[in-house]
Design a protein. Structure first.
Length: 203
């Protein structure tokens, strides 16, 4: 029971049928926890961390798990993403007994002024091959001119003669045999007839 009778109690009823009993927020029917879980509360604009990712203690891990189950029930999240979040919560449960975010008197109250990091030099831009090709030809021509001036009276190597295409020989006309004058093929000799002729010659 609250000490002050003017303070209203949280109207949330748990699954066991017991009323919450925590002090309700001013002008609201629920305490901060149930107001956040049932109706939502205002969060700082452009907050760096999402409220579901603020895993500071066992209670925050349990509330994040409740958010994931609620999103799955309402079909607001896909199974792949829910599986990854539950795995992250499983890691948070293992580390919860070693992590303490309790505020102490020795906590830093002001952010020190750190020196600005040195500016990074700009990255070299790769040369454009279309612009690099004319420069390469100019350098080669200049080197060739200097070499010819240094040689003086020495005749340069003769230029190769241009290769001319050889004239093609006329192809011979194809032979077309006259089928009317073709001789009939000789029949193959029968071995039985050859034996009879040999016997007759002997007699």
């Amino acid at each position: 029971m609250p000490l002050n009778k003017n303070v209203r109690d949280c109207q949330h009823i748990k699954v066991t049928g017991v009323q919450c009993g925590s002090p309700a927020m001013r002008g609201e029917q629920f305490c901060y926890f149930h107001q956040r879980m049932l109706r939502g509360v205002k969060t700082p604009p452009s907050a760096r961390l999402h409220p579901i990712a603020q895993l500071e203690d066992e209670e925050s891990i349990q509330s994040s798990l409740m958010e994931v189950i609620n999103a799955l029930v309402r079909n607001h999240i896909d199974l792949r993403r829910a599986d990854l979040i539950i795995k992250a919560l499983h890691i948070a449960v293992k580390n919860s007994h070693r992590v303490k975010f309790n505020i102490s008197s020795n906590m830093v109250r002001e952010i020190p002024e750190y020196a600005a990091p040195p500016a990074k030099p700009p990255r070299p831009v790769a040369p454009d091959p279309e612009q690099e090709a004319p420069r390469k030809h100019l350098v080669q021509n200049a080197l060739a001119q200097l070499q010819s001036e240094a040689l003086g009276n020495i005749d340069p190597a003769p230029k190769p003669k241009p290769v001319t295409a050889m004239p093609r020989k006329p192809e011979p006309a194809l032979f077309t045999p006259d089928l009317t004058q073709r001789k009939p093929q000789a029949r193959a000799a029968d071995p039985a007839m050859n034996r009879k002729q040999a016997v007759n010659q002997r007699e």
